[in-house]
Design a protein around this ligand. Sequence first.
Ligand code: TRP
Ligand code: ZN
Length: 882
Amino acid sequence: MRTENEQTTYLKDYKPSAYLIPKVELRVEIEPKLTKVTALLTIEPAEGTTPDTPLVLDGKALELTSIALDGAPLGLDLFEAGPDGLTVFSPPSRRFVLETEVMLSPEDNTELMGLYRSNGVWCTQCEPEGFRRITYFLDRPDVLSTYTVRVSADKTLAPVLLANGNLVESGDDGDKRHFALWHDPHPKPSYLFALVAGDLGAYRDAFTTASGRHVALAIYCEHGKEDQCAYAMDALKRSMAWDEKRFGREYDLDVFNIVAVSDFNFGAMENKGLNIFNDRYVLARPETATDADYAHIESIIAHEYFHNWTGNRITCRDWFQLCLKEGLTVFRDQEFTSDERSRAVKRIEDVRGLRMAQFPEDGGPLAHPARPAQFREINNFYTATVYEKGAEIVRMLATFLGETEFRKGTDLYFERHDGDATTIEAWLKVFEDSSGRDLSQFGKWYLQAGTPTVTVEEDWDQESQTYRLSLSQHTAPTPGQPDKQAMAMPVKFGLIGPNGNATEWSSVSGGTVTNDMIVLDKDRLDLTFEGVSSRPVASLFRGFSAPVRVVSKASQADRLFLARHDSDPFNRWQALQDAAMTLMLDAVRNGGQLADKEATSALATALGDTLENDNLDSAFKAHAMALPSEVNIAQALAKDVDPSVIHSVRRDLLKEISTQLSHKLQDAYDALGKISNPYSIAAEATRARALRTQCLALLVAGGEAQSADLARAHYADTDNMTDRMAALGAIVAAWTPDAQALLDDFRARFGSDMLVYDKWLALNASAPDDKCLERVAAIYASPEFPKSNPNRLRSLVGTFGMTNVAQFARIDGAGFRFVTSFCRDVDGRNPQVAARVLTAFRSWANYEPNRKAAAKSALTLMATAGGLSRNVSDILTRTLEG
Ligand code: TRP
Ligand code: ZN
C-alpha cells in the first residue's frame, strides 16, 4: 500500500542547502476569503555552489500570481511552479532578490498548518513544514533569515496585528484598513515564523531582565476572557526569572507576546517573540479549570518560553535533531516545575506520564530512537520518545555530571552554538569538552529504540558479610534494530539496613560505584560489597535515574519495607506501585482472582500507614494511594493481554483496599476539608485537594452506597472545578447508579464553555460501562459536536483509544472499528489529528488472539480502503508491519 508520496527521508542523505536566504521581507494583505502574500527574498548561493545549480523552493497549496528576479518579471521558461514548490532553473551566481506573490485561502484551511482562521482570528502554525503553505521558501531549519513583516487587514475585523520581533511602525492603510510593520533582528528558521490578525483582548504586564532590558508582555485572547490569563502571565514571569537564575539565559527582545487560539494541533508553539497557544493551556479560572490544568498551563508556558534559547537561539540542523530542542526543553520545564513546586511529586508525575505514553510506544511497532535516522512524515515524530525520553536522556547526563559540571556544559553549549542550527553530536561534544569525559557509549541512548530491561540479582552472605549485586541490561529488538548494545546509565542507589537507615559497606569491587551511584555501562555488572553486616534492602534507580524497566525478585515484604523506610521519596512511591503491580499481575495470570488475601491486606496496611504519616506531603500521598493504571498493567504483561480481565482485577483490588481502609480514608477526607477549602491555588490547598479527592475516589471504589452519596454531595456542593471534576471522575470510574444522571447534569451546567465541554467528553470516553462506545459514537455523530476542533476530537476519541483499554479493545472489535472509521473521517480534514489518534493501536499485537485478530482486521480494512493522507498511512503501515 505504499505509494510514491510516502518516500522516506534519511538522515544520512543530509546536505547543506545550496542557497541561503539572509533576508526576508513579507507583505501579508489579509482579506476574508483571499489573502495575498508578497515575499521579497534576498538569496545567495552557499559557498561551493556551482553556477547554474537550480534553486528549489518548497511550496504547498500556493497559487502563484507573479514572480520577478531583481525587479524584472521572470520568463515562463526560467522557472516551474508545481504542487511541491517552485524551481528557478539557473539563478544568478551572486546575491539576488526573488519576489513572489501568492494567494491563500486561510478560511478553507482545516489542517491548521500554515495560515488558517480559528474563531475569526487569522493565525499561523509553521513547525515543522507550514511556512511553505504561506510562501515559496527553503523551508528547512538550517536556513536562517532575518524577517521584516508588514501585515495589513480591515480595522474592525483585525484591530490586532502581530508578527515576530519588535513593532517598527503601524498606521492607516486606507479603505478602512491598517497595517503593522514588525522586524525580528534575530536570524531564524522559517518554522519559527508567526503572524496573528484578529479582534482580541489583551492581558498586559512587564518584566525587567537581569541586565535591565524592559520587556512588554501581553497575552491575547478572546474578548471577555482577559482575566483568565492572569495565571499564565504569572507563570511566564516566573519562567523568565528562573531561566536567568538556573541557566543564565536572558530574554532578547523588547516584547513577548502570547496568543491563545481555540483550534490548534498541539499544545503550543514557540515562535520567536510570538508564542501561539492552544487556549486550553492559557485560560484558567477556579470555576472551570482544575489544579491539574493550572499545573499544565505553568509547565507549557515555561516550555515555550525556554525554547527561546533551546530551539530558537540554538536550533536544529534538520528534523532528525528534533529532540535536541524538545528533549532539552522538556528537561528544562521539568526542572522549573520541580523548583517551583515539589521535586518528588513532579518526578512521580513525569514517570507516570512516561510509562503511560512512552513505554507503550517504545515497546510496540512505532518504536523509534529519540534521534531517528529516517522518516516518511516528520509530523509523526513529535512523539513521547522524542520529547519525554529525550528529556530523560538529558536528565541522565545531568545525573552523571552533577549540577556544577552540567551547568558548565550548558554554558558552553550556549556560548559555542548561539546562532547555530546544530546536532545531537554537537550537543554531546560540548559536554565531552567541558567535563573531559568520553560520552560515546552514553550517546547510544539517542540512537537505540526500546526500553531496556534491567534485571537485578542479589545475595547477602552472613558469614563473609558480603553483599553481591548483579545488574544486567537487555533491550529487545525494535523495528529496524534487531541487535542492541549496552548503554551507560546512572543507577542512583542506597542500601538500607534492618533499622530502616542507610547501611555501610567498607569496600566495593566489580564496577564504578560512588556513595550513591552505580555506573551500569556493560551488559552485566557483578558488584561485591564488603563489610555489610546485615542483609540490606537495595533501593535502586532512585529518582528513576534511568528510563528502564526493572525486574527483580524482591519480596513483597522488602517492597513494603522500602515503602516505609526509603529516604528517596520516588522509590517509596515506586515500591508501592511494584507491590500493587505484583498482586495484580499474579491475579491476571490466575484467571482474574486476587488469590493472596494476606498480601492484599499487607498492601492496604502499607497504604494506610502512608496516609497517616505526618512527614509526607499530601500530594505525594495522593500519588502513593493510586494504583498503576490499566495501560501500565497491559504493558507489564506484554502478551496475551485481555483488557477486561485487567480492568476487573484492578477494580477488585481497589475495592479490597477501600474496604480495609474505609475509616482511615473517611477521617483523612474530613480532616483535609479544612485545608482544601475555600478554594485557593496556593500549594498547601492544592496538595490537600489532591489527597482528599484521592481518598474520595478510593472510598467510591469500595462500592458502598454511602460513599456514592458522599461523592454526589462533593460534586454538587463546591465552587471549584478541581473538586467537581474529581468527584464526578470517581463516580464515572466506579460507574455508580447515578453516573449517567450526573454526567447529564455536568453537561447542562457548563453549556457553552468549550474547555469544560472537553472535560465532559473525556469523562464520557473514559467510563468503564458497556455502553461507553455507543455513547461516544452518539456524541461524535450528534450535530452539535464540533468535528473540526482538535481539542474536542482528542478529548472524545483520543481519550477513548488511549486510556480506556477495556472498552477500546472490546472483544467484538467494535471499539477498534469505531476508531479506524473515525480516523478515516477526520483524515479528510485534519491528517495530523487523525494520525495521532490512530496510534491508539500501538499495542495491538500484545492482545490475546481474538482481540489481536479483530484489531488487525480493522487496520487492514482501513489500509485496503486507501485514500489516506501520508500522515495516516505512515502510522498505519508501521503499525501493521511492526
Ligand atoms: N514545537 C512545539 C512545542 O513542542 C510543538 C508543536 C506545536 C508542533 N505545534 C506543532 C509540532 C504542530 C508539530 C505540528 O512546543
Ligand atoms: Zn517544545
